[in-house]
Design a protein around this ligand. Structure first.
Ligand code: NAP
Length: 285
């Protein structure tokens, strides 16, 4: 049995189209476009590519991209002041500081300068707390993308056993909260998990977010389970996920590919967060 391949590109395109429609309505109601501020420090080529895509897709969705590029040798104070200015700028609905920051900057301190209302990456302690308590707030983009893909693939989350492999602040932890809030039973695995294969084998849904190529093998997957691969690993064979796609797709019921699965969802959810933040700030439904 070959698994259904969940097409992240198509789902992301649908989310972008929905956001673009909402952006037009927002502009009509608020008299201004929703705005996303991006902050990039230094000249890391991969970060430049990511921020470039975010800016382009923001504009394509009918929202305003406001970009600030700082030199690699910008002082910590300079960056903190910039984020503080954006925090009180009425035209800025969302603030995205591209991570990782160059050495010398305190990432946590910078993130905490972002008010929860503009925290479109969902990385502040305030946003994490709201999510952990099941209260409304802005949710990190990649985990939100995972939930959207589960929905699109027709996987029932309510009551499902989910194994999440990876416990990072960016992916695993917020995803666990999101899924618990959606009534799943979640087991969060990590490098010290005693028997990862056994935990995965009893799961209806496996989400691999470890950054370890080939970690999830066919023998770890229950027949018919849904497997979402967040892993993004650059290898000599190109971009691969954490899942042995060829073998696992013979066992799973549904699976996401890499590339073309979770990856495209992340920016789509950032756009949705920006529009949601703009609506909430402007009091527009
Ligand atoms: P991270 O901060 O390095 O965390 C990795 C997590 O996986 C840790 O909790 C680690 O356990 C666990 N882990 C690593 N190797 C393991 C193993 N062999 N068995 C069990 N657990 C293991 O990584 P991240 O930022 O969450 O990213 C994870 C992956 O997702 C990376 O490949 C990253 O590139 C990708 N990613 C993709 C997107 C996207 O848009 N598609 C977005 C974000 C991340 P410990 O806590 O015990 O160390």
């Amino acid at each position: 049995m070959a698994a259904t391949v969940i097409d992240g590109k198509a789902v992301a395109a649908a989310v972008r189209a929905e956001v673009a429609g909402g952006a037009v309505e927002f502009e009509a109601a608020a008299g201004r476009r929703a705005g996303l501020a991006t902050v990039l420090v230094g000249d890391d080529p991969a970060s430049h590519v990511y921020v470039g895509s975010k800016r382009k897709q923001t504009e394509e969705a009918g929202m305003r991209s406001i970009h600030h590029g700082l030199q690699a040798d910008a002082s910590p104070g300079e960056l903190l002041n910039l984020v503080a200015e954006l925090a009180v700028d009425d035209d800025v609905d969302g603030i995205l500081v591209q991570l990782p920051l160059p050495d010398g900057h305190d990432q946590d301190q910078v993130i905490e300068r972002i008010p929860a209302a503009k925290d479109v990456d969902g990385l502040t302690v305030a946003s994490a707390g709201l999510l952990a308590q099941g209260r409304p707030g802005l949710v990190p983009c990649t985990p939100q993308g995972v939930v959207e893909l589960l929905r699109a693939g027709g996987t029932q989350v309510e009551g499902a056993e989910v194994a999440i492999v990876g416990r990072s602040i960016l992916v695993g932890r917020p995803l666990a909260s999101l899924l618990v809030n959606a009534d799943a039973t979640v087991t969060m695995c990590h490098s010290r998990t005693r028997d990862l294969a056994a935990v995965c084998r009893r799961a209806d849904v496996i989400v691999a977010a470890a950054g370890a190529p080939g970690l999830v093998t066919a023998d770890m997957v229950r027949p018919g389970a849904t497997v979402i691969d967040v892993g993004t690993n650059r290898t000599d064979d190109g971009l691969v996920g954490d899942v042995d796609f060829a073998a696992v797709s013979e066992v799973a019921g549904a699976i996401t590919p890499v590339p073309g699965g979770v990856g495209p969802m992340t920016i789509a959810m950032l756009l949705r967060n920006t529009l949601d933040a703009a609506r909430a700030r402007a009091g527009v439904e």
